[in-house]
Design a binder for this molecule. Structure first.
Ligand SMILES: Nc1nc2c(ncn2[C@@H]2O[C@H](COP(=O)(O)OP(=O)(O)OP(=O)(O)O)[C@@H](O)[C@H]2O)c(=O)[nH]1
Ligand SMILES: [Mg+2]
Length: 218
């Protein structure tokens, strides 16, 4: 590609990211105006984001008014799963886009009465690369991987770990059948981001879900 074309693409990408950050700052203000604690949950396809949200919803929906925004390319399968646990859900289908961006969230804020909620979780599209560039304006970003993605999954995707507040290593109930050393995965995450809080969980047995909820400070 000629150099001129390449620099136009770089400029366009920078514009996109800058606009996204501007809108994310507005989303953050809007959430805080309503005293809402908000979380963006990113992670690999099938790592257990929805299963964790089902488990969390089950435990907190009697005390907290929870909204879950689900990003998915084409379906509302995840939103339907989560709604069975006593929380409200909104599905956003992203089509050809591989991550949610702050415009999607600003539209939800515009079209719904946020005064009905104490906590908002946003389940991003399953992807360990695309969401890196697109913050949404939440209080915290949570990255989820599971031991079934292999021992190198964290090391191979450093950016999301660098810019997340909490890392969840899920599916630890499978530790006896998967050849993975969880301690090494934890060390990889700490090396990339010494400030990240790391929690190992099983969304199926419920192991460490109460610790996870505690660390959300909701
Ligand atoms: N054994 C075990 N299975 C799990 C656990 N968490 C999720 N699963 C299973 O893994 C599969 C994928 O879980 P989901 O919760 O749909 O994963 P996800 O990250 O939401 O997937 P996408 O939204 O498609 O990216 C399902 O069959 C879950 O039952 C866990 O802690 N242990
Ligand atoms: Mg899901």
């Amino acid at each position: 590609m000629p150099e001129e074309g390449l620099s136009k693409i770089i400029e366009l990408n920078e514009d996109l990211i800058e606009n996204n950050e501007r809108l994310a700052a507005k989303n953050k203000k809007d959430f805080s105006k309503y005293n809402i604690r908000s979380f963006d949950i990113v992670g690999a396809i099938g790592a257990g984001k929805t299963a964790l949200l089902e488990s969390i919803s089950e435990m907190i929906s009697k005390e907290k008014r929870v909204l879950v925004i689900n990003g998915d390319v084409a379906t509302r399968i995840d939103a339907d799963r989560i709604e069975k646990h006593g929380v409200k859900t909104i599905q956003i289908n992203t089509g050809r886009e591989c991550a949610l961006n702050s415009y999607h969230i600003s539209q939800v804020i515009k079209n719904h009465d946020l005064s009905n909620y104490d906590v908002v979780f946003i389940e991003n599209v399953g992807n360990l690369i695309c969401p890196s560039d697109f913050i949404l304006g939440t209080n915290k970003r949570i990255v989820v991987v599971s031991i079934t993605e292999g021992p190198w999954v964290i090391r191979k995707h450093p950016l999301l770990f660098k810019f997340s507040d909490i890392a969840i290593i899920n599916k630890i109930d499978l530790i006896d059948v998967i050849d993975v050393k969880v301690e090494e995965m934890i060390n990889d995450a700490k090396e990339i981001n010494p400030n990240i809080k790391i929690i190992t969980t099983s969304a199926i047995t419920g192991e460490n879900i109460p610790n996870l909820i505690q660390s959300l400070e909701i």
